[in-house]
Design a protein around this ligand. Structure first.
Ligand code: SAM
Ligand code: FES
Length: 347
C-alpha cells in the first residue's frame, strides 16, 4: 500500500483500481505515512503558512431542498435572515482590521440576491478593500450571472460537487437537482477565470468506497484550485436526521490523498471537522490542509446558519475566532498568514 502512496506522491494520479485499493487497505500506520508525505508536499509549497478566510454567511434563505442540509427550504423551523449590504461591509471592515484579506460570501440559493444586488455588493467591497480577494459560495447560476459577478471583481467560487456518482447524487437531492448541472457550473466557472473549488462530504448517507473513488477521479479531472472536504453531520430537522455522520479518520485520509493529487491545492480544514473533534482543524492541517475559515458573520445571526447540529463558534465574536485560530495554529508549529493567499499558480 505504501507504494501506492509513493506513486501518488510522484505522479499525482492513481487509477480507479488503485484508489479503491488504497481506500480499502487503509490502516492507522498507512494514514501516518500518507500524512507525512502530504505535510512534506504542503510545506514545500506553502511553508508553514495557514491562509485565513473570513466567512460571511449572508443569507440562509434557500430555494433548494437538499436532504442533508439544515437550511433546506422545507425546514420550517429555520429562522430565516438576510444581511444588508451595509451589514456585509461592516463584517469586511472588522475582518480587514483582524488581518483577513479574503472574504467568503456564502449563502443559500436566494433569489433576492440577484445579479444586480450581487454586483453592487462585490463592487462595494472591492472599492473599499482593493487588496482583498472575494470568494463566492452561492450555488448554481447561469454562465451570464457568473460572468457578471466575475467582471464586478469576484475572484474565487466554491461549489462542492457533493458526489460525482449520479445515483448517489439522486439519493442526496430532490429530482430537480442534477449532477450534470453542477458539473457544468464548475466548468463554466473555471472557463470564466475564477479560482474554483469543488468538494464533498465524507460519510454522507449512501456513500460507498466506489462513490468516493468517483469523487477523487472527478477531482483529478477537474483539477480545481480548492477542494472542500468535511464530514457529513446530521441536522435534526432534515430527512437525514437519524443517519450516521462522517468520521474524522476517513476525512483526514481523503485530505491527505487530495494534497498528494493536487500539490498546490488550497485545502481548508473545515468547521465541520472542528465540530466532530475538538482538535479536528489542527489534525486537518497536519494531514495536509493549508486554509482555515473563521467566521466573520455577525454574532446575532450565527446560530441561524445551522447546516448541521452542534456547529462550533456560533457564540463567538469574529475577533475571538481569529485569535483562537492563531493560537491553535501556533500550537502545532504553523502560522496564520496575513495575505490574499492565492493559489500558487497565481502568486
Ligand atoms: N448554497 C451554496 C451551495 O450549495 O454551494 C453554499 C452553501 S451550502 C450550505 C455549503 C455546503 O455545506 C454544501 O456544499 C454542503 O456540502 C455543506 N453541508 C450542508 N449540509 C451539511 C451537513 N449536514 N453536514 C456537513 N456539511 C453540510
Ligand atoms: Fe471560533 Fe476557535 S475558531 S472560537
Amino acid at each position: 500500500m505504501k507504494q501506492l502512496i509513493d506513486r501518488l506522491y510522484e505522479t499525482h494520479s492513481l487509477s480507479r483500481e488503485e484508489l479503491k485499493a488504497l481506500l480499502e487497505g487503509r490502516t492507522k500506520e498507512l494514514a501516518e505515512y500518507l500524512f507525512e508525505k502530504a505535510r512534506e508536499v504542503r510545506i514545500c509549497r506553502y511553508d508553514h503558512d495557514v491562509y485565513i478566510r473570513g466567512l460571511i454567511e449572508f443569507t440562509n434563505y434557500c430555494k433548494n431542498d437538499c436532504y442533508y442540509c439544515g437550511i433546506r427550504k422545507s425546514n420550517k423551523n429555520a429562522q430565516r435572515y438576510r444581511l444588508t449590504k451595509e451589514d456585509i461591509l461592516t463584517c469586511c471592515k472588522e475582518g480587514y482590521a483582524l488581518g483577513f484579506r479574503t472574504f467568503v460570501l456564502q449563502g443559500g440559493e436566494d433569489a433576492y440576491f440577484n445579479d444586480e444586488r450581487m454586483v453592487d455588493i462585490i463592487r462595494s467591497i472591492k472599492a473599499a478593500y482593493q487588496d482583498c480577494a472575494i470568494t463566492l459560495s452561492i450555488g448554481e447560476r447561469s454562465h451570464e450571472s457568473y460572468q457578471r459577478m466575475y467582471d464586478a471583481g469576484a475572484n474565487r467560487f466554491l461549489l462542492r460537487h457533493e458526489t460525482a456518482d449520479e445515483e448517489h447524487y439522486g439519493k442526496l437531492h430532490p429530482k430537480n437537482m442534477r449532477l450534470s448541472e453542477r458539473k457544468a457550473c464548475l466548468y463554466d466557472l473555471k472557463n470564466i477565470g475564477y479560482q474554483v473549488g469543488c468538494g464533498f462530504m465524507t460519510g454522507s448517507p449512501y456513500q460507498t468506497t466506489d462513490t468516493i473513488v468517483e469523487d477523487l477521479l472527478f477531482i483529478q479531472e477537474l483539477s480545481p484550485h480548492m477542494v472542500g472536504i468535511g464530514p457529513f453531520i446530521p441536522h435534526h430537522d432534515t430527512p437525514f436526521k437519524d443517519m450516521q455522520g462522517g468520521t474524522l479518520e476517513l476525512t483526514l485520509f481523503l485530505l491527505g490523498i487530495v494534497r498528494l493529487m493536487l500539490p498546490d491545492v488550497l485545502l481548508p480544514a473545515t468547521t465541520a471537522l472542528g465540530t466532530i473533534d475538538e482538535q479536528g482543524r489542527e489534525k486537518g492541517i497536519l494531514a495536509g490542509c493549508n486554509v482555515v475559515m473563521p467566521n466573520l458573520s455577525p454574532t446575532a445571526v450565527r446560530s441561524k446558519y445551522m447546516l448541521y447540529d452542534n456547529k462550533i463558534c456560533t457564540g463567538d465574536e469574529a475577533a475571538e475566532c481569529r485569535f483562537c485560530m492563531q493560537k491553535r495554529m501556533e500550537g502545532i508549529g504553523y502560522r496564520v498568514a496575513v495575505s490574499r493567499g492565492d493559489h500558487l499558480s497565481l502568486q
